[in-house]
Each structure stands twice: as C-alpha cells, then as structure tokens.
Design a protein around this ligand. Structure first.
Ligand code: SF4
Ligand code: SF4
Length: 254
C-alpha cells in the first residue's frame, strides 16, 4: 500500500521543502507514496484525506489557522517540518509579525527539527514515515557527541561575549580542540538536541540551537545554563537566544 502524503508550507523561506526535494531519496520517496497535495510541485489545490501531512513554516496570519485545522482534519498523522513549524523559528525575532509553532493550534504527532532539517535526519524520518514507523529523534544533547567536548576543562564562571567567532577566530574541529564556551563564544549545544552530525561546529561555528530543545523545560534549562556565565550586556539583550526555540509543545506524541 502506498501511503498518501500532504506536504505544504505556512510562513517560511521554503528552505525545509527545498531540503526535502533535494534529498537523494526524494525520487524513491515519490515512487513509494501517493502525493495528494503538494502545492510546491503540483497544481492540485484540493486538500484531500491523507495518511501523513508535513507542514513547514510558522503560523503568522489568521487565515493560516483555518487552513491548518483543515489539514489536521484530513490527516491521520501531522508532523511539523523544520524549526519554524516546530518552535516558531526565525520569525520569532520580528517586532512586527507574530509567529507561532503549529502545535499552538492543532495537535501534532511529531516534529522533524532543523533549519532546515539535516539531510540524513530528514531522509531517515521520511523513510520511517513511509514504512508507518514512528520518527526517532535523539534524546541526548549536542555536547554528548561533539568533537570539541572538553567541558571538563571549563573554569566557571566564564565571560561569554560573542554569539559567533570573528572571522580570524574561526577554527575547524581538526585544529580547534576547545569547546566554544572556553573561548567566550555562546554555544547552545548543552540545551540542544543532538542529531545534525555537528554541521555548524564542523564549519567552525557554534551550535545556535536549530534542532530545538532536548527537553520540555527549554526556557528554564536555558536560564540555568546561561546563569553559569557572565553574559556580556549585548548578549543579555539578544532575545533570539530565548524566542526562536521556546514556543513549542516539544516533540508531539512521538
Ligand atoms: S526552519 Fe529554517 S529552512 Fe525551514 S522554513 Fe524555517 S527558516 Fe526556512
Ligand atoms: S558547548 Fe558547543 S562546542 Fe562545547 S561541547 Fe557543547 S556543542 Fe561542543
């Protein structure tokens, strides 16, 4: 039996859908499923009953709520695709627009996190959904597998005064065996779910948290984590530390 899929976007940059379409296994995914609704690649604009709905993007307009509820009514399972959909994401930094994760308005069965979701994670999730299996996400934090994890050597309290290294400070794991925190650079690895194979860290950048919180008490965990450091004034004012990943009902039922 071929599972019926619905794939769509709310307010987004379409990066998650682009990541999905670019997967090596996307042709295989199309062969093994029946796509009932996917405005990105199809003219069919009628929402039909489906087994799995994947929704990218956050809710930022009133009319999206009704649209989302219509999708929920027609989908046996509904998954938030990407960080905007799961947690509010980048639009949460706006002073003009509201942004909400879809779980504020409809029940979700799970999330596929990431901005966009890393290809290995996304491909594995799709294959599991096609086989009617639950999505499995890591229950560990990013530090647990990080090649720079030498936190035992961190002398607290440290002063953290940067969210990214300066250009001349960028060092790759093979030449930098020191945790970013040791260099006074904010890395959200301790409160972020593992599962991206350290894409940013391997490029010399700290984790900014796009896979979202590893546990439901994200805000309190983050406050506890940040309270270990002397945060510079600029960073204390940077609301993005809290807002991008803090509005969700983490993880849905899976
Ligand atoms: S999660 Fe990232 S890639 Fe996906 S729609 Fe939002 S901003 Fe774009
Ligand atoms: S804080 Fe960042 S750099 Fe340090 S171990 Fe954790 S993920 Fe790696």
């Amino acid at each position: 039996m071929r599972f019926k899929f619905l794939i769509t976007s709310l307010t987004s940059c379409t990066g998650c859908i682009s990541a999905l379409i670019s997967l090596d296994i996307f042709p295989q995914f199309l062969e093994r499923t029946k796509i009932e609704y996917f405005p990105f690649i199809s003219d069919n604009l009628e929402i039909k009953e489906c087994d799995v709905a994947l929704v990218e993007g956050c809710v930022s307009e009133k009319n999206q709520i009704e649209y989302l509820q219509e999708i929920r009514k027609n989908a046996k399972k509904l998954y938030a695709l990407g960080t905007c959909s799961a947690f509010g994401g980048i639009l949460s930094l706006s002073n003009i627009k509201e942004s909400y994760p879809i779980s504020k308005f409809v029940e979700v069965d799970g999330i596929i996190p990431g901005c966009p979701p890393p290809s290995i994670l996304l491909g594995n999730c799709l294959l599991r959904l096609v086989e009617n299996k639950k999505i499995k996400l890591s229950l560990k934090n990013m530090c647990s597998t990080c090649p720079l994890n030498n936190q035992a050597k961190i002398d607290l309290p440290l002063t953290i005064d940067k969210i990214v290294p300066r250009n001349d400070e960028i060092r790759f794991p093979e030449e930098n065996l020191s945790c970013f925190l040791n260099d006074g650079i904010l890395c959200l690895g301790p409160v972020t779910r593992d599962g991206c194979d350290h894409l940013c860290i391997n490029q010399g950048l700290p984790c900014e948290g796009c896979l979202g919180p590893v546990s439901k008490g994200f805000t309190s965990n983050l406050i506890n984590f940040l309270s270990l450091f002397n945060l510079s004034k600029d960073l204390r004012k940077y609301k993005g530390i809290f807002y991008r990943f803090s509005k969700s009902h983490v993880g849905g039922k899976d």
